[in-house]
Write a protein that binds this ligand. Structure first.
Ligand SMILES: *[C@@H]1O[C@H](CO)[C@@H](O)[C@H](O)[C@H]1NC(C)=O
Ligand SMILES: *[C@@H]1O[C@H](CO)[C@@H](O)[C@H](O)[C@H]1NC(C)=O
Ligand SMILES: *[C@@H]1O[C@H](CO)[C@@H](O)[C@H](O)[C@H]1NC(C)=O
Length: 848
């Protein structure tokens, strides 16, 4: 009774154990049945294969044609990739990176597409070329120390047919076996069981290597029934089945020779020979040497021990072989040994370089997270983001460093929703981020300001809310970052931000409607009155214009050549081209601005615009005397300004510093000029690039604004000019209008405010600190202004003569002009009045 109970429970235990065993083994194996609808099991060895339906989003599954049905189940399906250059499986072995793996891929074409023509394509292991698949029933194998926790196996279309794959396998190997240079991996050429009968793999080989029999009837076949002694010192875990058979030569003077003709592109090979003495020898021991092509000694002396496995591999990082020629491996009895050589098994590999490193890991993880977050099932987003270089993920740009880094991410118009993902902050080399025209919501995150190299940030046309982080605005103002956030209705550029509209009760609505109607009527009445009064004025200005037109005219190219004395005297170089000194026939000096015409079409409507600009006439604007529009030559001819520009006069190297009074006068003059452009001209002219270099001084030290009206007209043609022109000049360019993408009068007022600060301090808008960082004038003047210590920042050269009240007054005007919100900046006409007052006060001080 008791015994039978014990036996029964033991057998239950044993069955349970077997089940667990079968479930657990093979440890760490990954086996993928590509294109299969359901999982399957190989009936020969019970290895389970997983369908790839959840492992890859691209490709289509297919089945080989019925006449090939004798293939095992896992080879009867396949996945083909008619779309995309690169399609990848990503293997994630349990033991992760820096471990040794055997990876195998099977390609059974089996006329699945009915075309009876095997495609030719490439397969990459990670970012490095593994092999070219050229024939039906192709198996390739690599032994690979993975540098990452994941291993991409990518099929690459090279234009010779649709890539496909039948099965993919990964087997862990001990790290000590088959090792060469870490910069290389090995691809199998052949693996032979010498003297064996049949092909075998797992479970006979615990590491699931596939062994094919090798037999040679001219040799002696040797075999044993004795058990192989497995010592602890057997890292190769050689299968007994392979070791128990061998071939030996007829006598000791005949070597064992293996001949083969490699056709591989790689001319470096790696060899392993496996031995165990399986003949019971009376006294002597078998001793052998191994030589490649009679030149390279792989082993000087191999001494076999009875039933003990031994592996000899070539030690150097690949031995050279002769491509497309016969090569010979010779195993000979060592001199003095009278026993013939025997061989139990051998493996031959060719070496592949791992010269390319995969993209920097943090970058990969970041874009993988972005792909995940936005559910980008884009077929191009597979495998390594940057490599091979012909298959960079679309929307990305990478540096060509090793490892590559992601430097640009452009997901404009990609139907993105949700918040801007935090993982973007890991793309630390990012220079360009374009997420424009999506449906992104949530805040504009602060971390974007921490990306040290970011130069372009375009978030136009989304649904972002909250405020733009101060740090981004500062970068934009300093010209470090091209920031675009227009068309985000809920986004506020800088506080105070309007609160979201609350529910409106009906009464205020009625009041508002009635109010609006009254307002409209009032406006109409006012407009009528205004129009009447204006009629008289415009009559007068027409007469003025006509008289001007007669003085100003179009010049031919030859005239331009002669008046500039063949472009002899360059006096400047601006955004639009070089400026030459010249003289008209009546000896009037002129400055000729030759527009560099990089674009073939030239500047559209140049003539119309030039004529328009000639009409604009004010004593504080540099007059356009004429223009030239002949063929490719486009030139603008201005009156000549003897005293150069304000920037030169303010620079540290200037010999005659401007006095405080001169500076005040220049500010008033420039404000007059700008007021005329903004409020005197119809339509209004926004300057767009106001800066001290564009404020010129005539012989009477009267300031005149130049280059007005140019950016708008001449930005259209040349792409690079659009960028520079929209960006204006860093330091002077209103961060708000750049960010929102529209320029207006208030942008000019901002630039004007910076100019006033420059007049006070003598320092340019942006200076470089000793460590190369740019520092904006507002960063150091602003805090001083708040403390009321303006005297601390006044230009040293005029410190003695400056009245602090006057300087403080100027500083306050400049502060109001540079308010971050355009709406809160005064109109230039207001600025002008205040400056005039300031000038008057200063003068009255002097009189006292
Ligand atoms: C080894 O075998 C070869 C070929 O059968 C023969 O010619 C040769 O004499 C043999 N050598 C010895 C030492 O027996
Ligand atoms: C992003 O791509 C779109 C077109 O796909 C292009 O118009 C835009 O200029 C690109 N952005 C940048 C910053 O290059
Ligand atoms: C976003 O702005 C950048 C910088 O101005 C520009 O180069 C890019 O073309 C813009 N993107 C689109 C889609 O217009």
């Amino acid at each position: 009774m008791e015994w039978s109970w014990l036996v029964a429970s033991l057998s239950v235990l044993a069955v349970g154990f077997l089940f667990v065993h079968a479930d657990q083994l093979p440890q760490g194996f990954i086996s993928i049945d590509c294109g299969a609808v359901v999982d399957s099991v190989d009936l020969n060895n019970e290895i389970p294969y997983k369908s790839d339906k959840n492992l890859i989003n691209s490709g289509v599954s297919a089945q080989i044609s019925p006449e090939f049905a004798d293939y095992s189940l896992q080879y009867r399906n396949l996945r083909s990739f008619p779309e995309g250059v690169k399609n990848c499986y990503t293997l994630r072995p349990e033991t992760g990176k820096n471990n040794n793996y055997l990876i195998r891929a099977f390609f059974i074409y089996g006329n699945y597409d009915g075309k009876n023509s095997t495609p030719v394509f490439r397969i990459y292991l990670g970012v490095n070329l593994w092999d070219t698949i050229t024939a039906d029933d192709f198996t390739i194998e690599a032994i690979y120390m993975a540098p990452t926790d994941y291993i991409d196996v990518c099929l690459v279309n090279i234009g010779s047919g649709v890539p496909y794959i039948s099965a993919l396998e990964l087997r862990p190997l001990p790290n000590s076996v088959y090792r060469t240079d870490p910069q290389q991996f090995m691809a199998r050429w052949t693996r032979r069981d010498v003297g064996g009968e049949d092909k075998f793999r797992y479970p006979q080989d615990i590491d699931d290597r596939i062994w094919r029999p090798y037999s040679d009837s001219s040799l002696n076949k040797i075999q044993t029934d004795a058990d192989i002694t497995h010592t602890s010192n057997d890292p190769y875990k050689l299968p007994e089945l392979m070791l128990k058979t061998a071939h030996g030569t007829l006598n000791s003077s005949i070597p064992f020779v293996y001949e083969w003709t490699p056709e591989e592109a790689s001319s470096l090979f790696y060899f392993c020979f496996h031995f165990a003495e399986i003949e019971k020898l009376a006294s002597s021991v078998r001793e052998m040497s191994i030589v490649l092509n009679d030149i390279h000694t792989i082993a000087q002396s191999v001494i076999l021990q009875y039933l003990i496995p031994q592996t000899i591999c070539s030690t150097s990082a690949g031995l050279p072989v002769n491509l497309n020629q016969q090569n010979y491996l010779r195993i000979s009895a060592a001199s003095g040994s009278d026993l013939p050589p025997i061989v139990n098994g051998f493996e031959i590999f060719y070496i592949r370089n791992l010269s390319l490193s995969p993209t920097f890991l943090h970058d990969v993880n970041a874009v993988m997270d972005i792909k995940e977050t936005f559910k980008l099932l884009n077929s191009e987003w597979q495998g390594d983001p940057c490599l091979p270089e012909f298959s960079v993920w679309n929307g990305l740009n990478c540096s060509d460093s090793n490892p590559p880094r992601i430097i640009s991410l452009n997901l404009s118009r990609s139907k993105l929703t949700g918040e801007i993902p935090f993982s973007i902050s890991d793309l630390t080399q990012l220079e360009t981020l374009d997420l424009s025209y999506n449906d992104l919501s949530g805040p504009l995150p602060e971390f974007l300001a921490q990306l040290p190299l970011l130069k372009i940030l375009n978030l136009t046309g989304n649904n972002l809310g909250g405020t733009v982080p101060e740090a981004l605005l500062v970068k934009s103002r300093d010209g470090v970052l091209n920031l675009r956030v227009a068309d985000n209705p809920e986004l506020c550029l800088s506080p105070p931000c309007k609160k979201k509209k609350k529910k409106v009760s009906i009464l205020p609505v009625i009041i508002a409607v009635v109010g609006t109607v009254i307002l409209i009527i009032a406006c109409l009445v006012l407009l009528l009155i205004y129009k009447r009064s204006k009629k008289k004025k415009s009559m007068k200005s027409m007469e003025e214009k006509i008289s001007l037109k007669q003085k100003h005219r179009e010049y031919s190219y030859s005239e331009v050549v002669s008046l500039t004395n063949n472009f002899k005297d360059i006096i400047g170089e601006g955004g639009f081209g070089k400026v030459y000194k010249g003289a008209l026939k009546d000896k009037t000096l002129v400055a000729v601005k030759l527009l560099s015409s990089t674009s073939k079409q030239g500047y559209k409507e140049f003539q119309t615009e030039a004529q328009l600009l000639m009409i604009v006439h004010h004593r504080n604007l540099v007059s356009l005397v004429g223009y030239c529009d002949e063929g490719n030559t486009k030139a603008l001819i201005y009156e000549y300004m003897v005293n150069g520009n304000l920037r030169e006069r303010l620079s540290e190297t200037s010999t005659n510093a401007l006095s405080w009074n001169e500076r005040l006068q220049i500010a008033v003059d420039a404000a007059h000029g700008l007021d005329y452009l903004h409020n005197g001209c119809k339509p209004t002219i926004v300057h767009r690039d106001l800066k001290p270099a564009n404020i010129l001084l005539d012989d009477m030290m009267q300031a005149k604004i130049s280059d007005f009206g140019l950016s708008r007209t001449f930005q259209v043609e040349n792409q690079s000019e659009i960028l520079t022109q929209l960006a204006g000049t860093p330091g002077y360019f209103d961060p708000e209008s750049q960010t929102l993408g529209h320029l207006n009068k208030k942008s000019d007022v901002y630039s004007f405010g910076i100019i006033i600060f420059e007049l006070i301090t003598g320092s340019p808008a942006i200076t470089r600190s000793h460590n190369g960082n740019s520092i904006h004038l507002l960063d150091w003047v602003g805090p001083v202004m708040k403390k009321g210590n303006i005297e601390d920042v006044v230009d040293m050269r005029i410190n003695a003569e400056v009245n602090n009240n006057s300087a403080r007054r100027m500083g306050e005007i400049a502060m109001s002009c540079t308010h971050p919100n355009g709406d809160q900046r005064p109109d230039i006409s207001v600025v002008l009045e205040e400056l005039k007052e300031c000038l008057a006060t200063k003068n009255s001080f002097r009189k006292l």
